[in-house]
Ligand binder design. Structure first.
Ligand code: C2E
Ligand code: MG
Ligand code: MG
Ligand code: MG
Length: 274
């Protein structure tokens, strides 16, 4: 009968819902274990000067080395780390790692290299994060070489607060990069007010410049305006030689992407570059 069918559908629905809820609880439990056992790892992706092609530094990208499921990319677990607040201890660990790696490079005579970490919304909104970061970075000394990348959409969420926090981050000796630029809604008016040093053009634009004159025009104009505002420009997601050629032509300062190097373990990075 219809009533039974409805009932059956309800049961099916409830089960699916229950399974999803259970799966989430499982992942959350696994994440807590991961934090306790430090199952995380920083991968490094090299960045290069657009003109000289010299190595300028790297971006640190988080990976979860799951004991059964292997290497898990950040977008699969960072949202949950943020929701649960676990991003705070993990973010602190990331900063500690970055400071240690950068210090090792300096000791080996590569003092000019910069190492950028990504900082999430949840961390930036937390007063404790800035306080802890301040303690760690001051202890490391003014030449720590660690930079911070913050996504454009996050900055634009609360522009006045972002301006204040980014000033503080800069005072700690970090260069501030606006990440994924072009994907949010920031007007250039806001951009001029931001205490930022670097603009990272999102790879969705970079990926089209060789085929789409509109994308190339957009990237060209963004670089021109960024330079007028005193910002340094990094193109992310450069995959093809043709893209690199065009980016050099329009005076992109730095490049990062699979064409030059994939994210790799710290060991691999140091064997290759340090
Ligand atoms: P993002 O900061 O914009 O990082 C760039 C992403 O593009 C990385 O993905 C990188 O592996 C990928 N990529 C680099 N070059 C190429 C290329 O030539 N082609 C393509 N198709 N992709 C390229 P990944 O490592 O999966 O990270 C994704 C995002 O997760 C990052 O975007 C960042 O927003 C976030 N994330 C990564 N590590 C951390 C972290 O330690 N903390 C926080 N809060 N977020 C992180
Ligand atoms: Mg980034
Ligand atoms: Mg980016
Ligand atoms: Mg991006």
């Amino acid at each position: 009968s219809e009533a039974r069918n409805t009932g059956a559908r309800l049961v099916v629905y409830d089960e699916a819902f229950g399974q999803r809820a259970q799966k989430r609880i499982d992942i959350e439990r696994e994440l807590r274990v991961a934090v306790e056992q430090l199952q995380f790892e920083l991968f490094l992706q090299p960045k290069f000067d657009g003109r000289t092609q010299n190595l300028t530094g790297a971006e640190a990208l988080l990976r979860w080395r799951h004991p059964q499921r292997g290497l898990i990319p950040p977008l699969d677990f960072i949202p949950l780390l943020e929701e649960t607040g676990l991003i705070l201890p993990v973010g602190r660990w990331i900063l500690e790692q970055a400071i240690a790696i950068s210090a090792r490079w300096q000791r080996r005579g590569h003092g000019g290299l910069r190492l950028a970490i990504n900082v999430s919304a949840r961390e930036l909104r937390d007063d404790g994060f800035l306080r802890d970061a301040g303690v760690l970075l001051r202890a490391a000394g003014p030449e720590h070489g660690v930079d911070v990348e913050i996504t454009e959409s996050l900055v634009m969420d609360d522009i006045q607060r972002s301006i204040r926090i980014l000033h503080e981050v800069r005072e700690l000796g970090c260069r501030v990069a606006i990440d994924d630029f072009g994907t949010g809604y920031s007007s250039l008016n806001y951009l001029s007010q931001l205490p930022a040093d670097v603009l990272k053009i999102d790879r969705s634009f970079v990926g089209r410049i060789a085929e789409s004159p509109e994308s190339l025009a957009l990237v060209t104009n963004t670089i021109g305006l960024a330079h007028a505002l005193g910002l340094h420009v990094v193109a992310e997601g450069v995959e093809e030689e043709e893209q690199a050629k065009l980016l050099r032509l329009v005076r992109c300062d730095e490049m990062q992407g699979w064409l030059f190097g994939r994210p790799m373990t710290v060991g691999e990075f140091e064997r290759q570059f340090i």
